[in-house]
Design a protein around this ligand. Sequence first.
Ligand code: SF4
Length: 314
Amino acid sequence: MLQYLVILLDDTSVAYCHAENPLRERNLIPLDTLKKAILFGMKENLMIQYVYPDYDLPEEYNEVIESIDHVKIGRDVAVYSEVPKSIAAENAVLRLSIADFIAKQYDIAAILPQVTRLNICLTDTETFKDEQAEDYKKALATFNAVLINQYKAGKQPQLNILTDRLQLKEMHNCGAGDSNITIAPNGKFYLCPAFYYDEKMGISNRLNHHKPSSERSVGNLETGLQISNPQLLKLDHAPLCRICDAYHCNRCIWLNQKVTWDNNTPSHQQCIIAHLERNAARDLQQQLKAAGFSAGEEIKSIDYLDPFDVREQF
Ligand code: SF4
């Protein structure tokens, strides 16, 4: 069921997830389109998430934006593409390559106590090599040590890749095209911002079997949302993910279509990373419990990192 409407206010709105925003020319959403998008959100009872560019919007936009409850990504939620010295916002997204995440783990650890929530977003998941697993595990252990110290000091900062799994009893993934949908400045719907970027960049839609095209939209504000075969985005149609307990995994459908040519089939890389995090969350849970903190339902020990390798057991 749809719950969130992401509104890209400009073509240069900040990238806040796996995909880079390659668009460099400003293209502000027309005011009339913004009003229609808000109306759509109101009618469907959706929480609005505005995604901001790095410039100030005209005053008439601010009035319209404030006419409905919302979250401002790129404002309330700060987004960084390199490790900042300090973070002013309570809630931040840090987008980094895997190599940078590993190399800068101590710099990131230093800013973790400054926020209520830090979301790490790896920008090159598809390049992950199994040989990087040990280094990734060590970086996660670094953050576990910081989190334990923070708990002991009476604080409980959230780090998405470790603490989310402690709280979850079922899958809680990105949900693009399922629990959220994106509206772009052109008034069209997209499964998420990355699909809009691909269309704008003319990247061929290999999942369009009818004719070569970069078209990615799934409807528009005039005719409504039109996702063909929406069941093919859902967890119950994902044979691997539905047997998996890396409940915090993004299950990024954009990454899936890029790497496996199927929206609902994950790549080995995505699964390995999510399971290294899941197992590190298990370590964190055990350390927290040993220190007298409650840390959610027990995360079981498993002997695989990719559910594809054990699919026959389920
Ligand atoms: S780890 Fe793999 S199988 Fe599990 S939810 Fe993520 S993408 Fe799906």
